[in-house]
Ligand binder design. Structure first.
Ligand code: R5P
Length: 293
């Protein structure tokens, strides 16, 4: 019990100072509950409103992807430079040190491998397990236009219901099927559907033309996937164009962990995302870091 003797009695109630009631700056997120906002703040850096998510969940349908054969050796050393890690619960429990205290985005859908119809996914993790793992968000693939479109959208809406119950944001991941055109019209459609149906934020792909219309028409933050490995300077250009056109960051995998020097690459990407560094300058920074011992 608190000691009642000798307590300080001079109160300062600041009666003439209006109560600070700050809006939550993240796009479309001001009306969310405290727990969801708190978790989103462990994904999007509050000082920039952006994130560098390191995506390493590829194994859930691709198996041991190049660069992810030994996550303990290739990815764990990159963790200090990521704002958020996107992974499966198998990799999280087996390989990621629990001393990693930044946001975890848990892959929560799955089912088919690359040998089957990819859109035939189901929910692949309980919300209780997500809570147990103390994750910042759960991620679910949405196949707009795909063979199992409705099923994948239902996966997302069910996760949104479960996530809202416990204050866990849902990342809607737009999966572009082989037959879909990768253009702004498709990305607008897919990302808007995710947002309308309750995703707290959306991952989509950058497109060369009119990407700003994709971010503009989506009422919640958009992050972009990196896609297939490209030369480092091109990947930095991609990240730069995306954030300049309204993306709130990247959810980048192969262009980081398959880079010639992944540790240098993730730091260069962070410069582009958080400091608006021009891609050519960020590439110089990459070159400097990669030649350092
Ligand atoms: C699909 O495998 C996952 O959702 C990845 O997290 C996503 O595609 C981002 O990774 P990458 O930058 O390699 O495309």
């Amino acid at each position: 019990m608190a000691d009642l003797e000798g307590t300080k009695e001079e109160h300062e109630f600041h009666t003439n100072v209006p109560f600070k009631n700050e809006a939550f700056a993240l796009r479309g997120s001001n009306s969310l509950d405290w727990g969801i906002k708190n978790r989103l703040s462990n994904i999007f850096r509050p000082d920039t409103g952006r994130t560098v998510m390191l995506a390493i969940d590829h194994g859930y349908f691709m198996g041991p992807t190049t660069g992810l054969e030994r996550v303990d050796l290739s990815i764990v050393p990159l963790l200090p430079y990521a704002d958020t890690l996107m992974c499966t619960r198998g990799i999280l429990r087996s390989t990621i040190p629990p001393t990693f205290t930044k946001g975890i985005v848990l892959r929560a859908s799955g089912g088919p491998s690359i040998l089957k119809e990819l859109s035939n996914e189901r929910i692949a993790a309980d919300i209780e397990d997500a809570i147990r793992l103390n994750v910042a968000a759960v991620a679910v693939q949405v196949f707009v236009g795909g063979e199992f479109e409705t099923q994948s959208i239902e996966n997302m809406t069910r996760l949104v219901d479960m996530g809202n119950r416990y204050g866990i944001p849902v990342l809607g991941v737009t999966a572009v099927g082989k037959n879909m055109s990768r253009d702004a019209k498709y990305m607008r459609l897919a990302s808007r559907i995710c947002a309308e149906l309750g995703a707290s934020y959306v991952k989509t792909y950058f497109v060369d033309e009119d990407f700003d219309t994709v971010t503009s028409a989506c009422p919640v933050p958009i992050v972009i996937a990196g896609g297939k490995k490209r030369p480092e300077l091109d990947a930095l250009r991609l990240a730069y164009q995306a954030v300049q056109q309204g993306a709130a960051g990247v959810d980048m995998g192969r262009n980081i962990f398959q880079a010639e020097n992944p540790k240098a690459m993730i730091q260069a990407v962070a410069k582009v995302v958080h400091e608006n560094m021009k891609p050519e300058k960020a590439f110089d920074y990459y070159q400097t870091l990669r030649t350092e011992k």
